[in-house]
Design a protein around this ligand. Structure first.
Ligand SMILES: *Cc1c(COP(=O)(O)O)cnc(C)c1O
Length: 375
């Protein structure tokens, strides 16, 4: 079976982990944590990094650091993982869902602008499958209405966005484009620590709040608490893996782009198959090689997935929109909402094996199988 994802631990991961074991620094204190935070924040162009236990808790910390709560609205795409809506709902605030762009799968920006109300406090752009959101538009909107931007870059390690805002003309890395940004380092992300995440912020107050929330809101005066926090700490062992991964970032991106180029070339011209696209202002990372089968083919993503499975190729379906989730309907949220693009791409989309350990032979095999099934 060709797996959807297999991580690649090809650098100094083992050496750094052994260093932790030998020195005894295995908990959430230790030099690898600080190095990981510093190196990743620096890579993304943010002043501070706060390593946390995963990408979901990173979002929870970000939402809490901004003090979002009852009465506040956060505009976000419906087409995403539940972690995004969960963080907002758990804080007592309200997610306001918009549909997505049919080509980049990122949030629809006209709908985002139209969704702003007097209660809106933040926008949560998410760079889907490694395609950046058009962040200049989000930043203009945020500035106009005094909103925070929670940038979920969990699928966008190393992606770049070309900003022209305010006379700028520069490529900037995703994760450095929000008021606060979040990453996941789960095993299928470009940088992995097994489980892990990070919050990035340049505002020292937000960074300090995030640091405090991560660690039970301890005050300088020990066991004296003015707020409720969490234990969302990452271990030095995990951070050691992260440090080794970040050192290899250029190689990681090169491998992903090599894989993407092979798929692009091999699948070009297949009728009724939409391949990942790249806007002029974006440099994508092919986090997952996502494809969409045209409705006109009379085939759904699940049919294609089954046919590929018979050929020993594993795939994953697209996200089911947040507005279609039973758990939120139960809470009285999004019941009558219709978001046609999100609904259609859920039916028609899947992603192909895209892990960092994938070989040229494997991509060839996937291409061959796809061509056969879709011929
Ligand atoms: C993976 C992911 C998360 C959640 O990260 P975990 O580490 O699995 O908790 C959040 N947001 C997005 C966009 C993701 O892709």
């Amino acid at each position: 079976m060709i797996p959807t994802n297999e991580p690649l631990l090809a650098g100094k991961e083992r050496q750094y982990v052994l260093d932790c074991l030998e020195s005894g620094w295995i908990s959430s204190a230790g030099s690898y944590i600080e190095q990981f935070e510093r190196n990743w924040a620096g890579y993304c162009g943010m002043a501070q990094g706060i390593a946390v236990s995963n990408g979901t808790t990173a979002l929870q910390v970000a939402v809490d650091a901004l003090k979002l709560g009852p009465g506040d609205e956060v505009i976000m795409p419906s087409f995403t993982i539940i972690s995004c809506a969960l963080a907002v709902v758990r804080a007592g605030a309200k997610p306001v869902l918009v549909d997505c762009d049919p080509f980049t799968y990122c949030m629809d920006l006209d709908q985002t602008a139209a969704a702003v109300t007097s209660r809106t406090k933040a926008i949560m752009p998410i760079h889907m499958y490694g395609h950046p959101v058009d962040m200049d538009v989000i930043q203009d909107l945020a500035e106009k209405h005094d909103l925070a931007i929670i940038e979920d870059a969990a699928q966008a390690h190393g992606c770049e966005y070309h900003s022209r805002r305010g006379g700028n003309n520069a490529w900037r890395r995703c994760g450095g484009l929000g008021t606060i940004s979040t990453f996941s380092f789960f095993a299928n992300k470009l940088v992995t620590t097994g489980e892990g995440g990070m919050v990035l912020a340049s505002d020292p107050v937000l960074a300090e709040r995030s640091r405090s929330l991560r660690n039970l809101c301890f005050q300088p005066r020990r066991f004296f608490h003015e707020e409720l926090g969490y234990n969302f700490r990452l271990t030095n062992l995990q951070a050691a893996i992260g440090v080794a991964q970040v050192e290899r970032m250029d190689d990681i991106l090169a491998r992903k782009r090599h894989m993407g180029a092979r798929y692009n070339e091999g699948l070009a011209g297949v009728q009724g198959l939409q391949l990942p696209m790249q806007r002029d202002w974006a440099r994508i990372n092919y986090w997952m090689y996502a494809v969409l089968v045209d409705e006109g083919r009379g085939m759904k993503a699940e049919d294609l997935a089954l046919a590929l499975k018979k050929k020993n190729i594993e795939t994953r379906p697209f996200f089911l929109g947040m507005h279609q989730q039973p758990v939120f309907h139960e809470m009285g949220l999004f019941r009558d909402q219709k978001l046609p693009v999100t609904e259609r791409i859920y039916r028609q989309g899947l992603y192909l094996p895209s892990g960092l350990a994938i070989t040229d032979d494997q991509t060839s095999e996937v291409i061959g199988a796809m061509r056969e099934i879709l011929s």
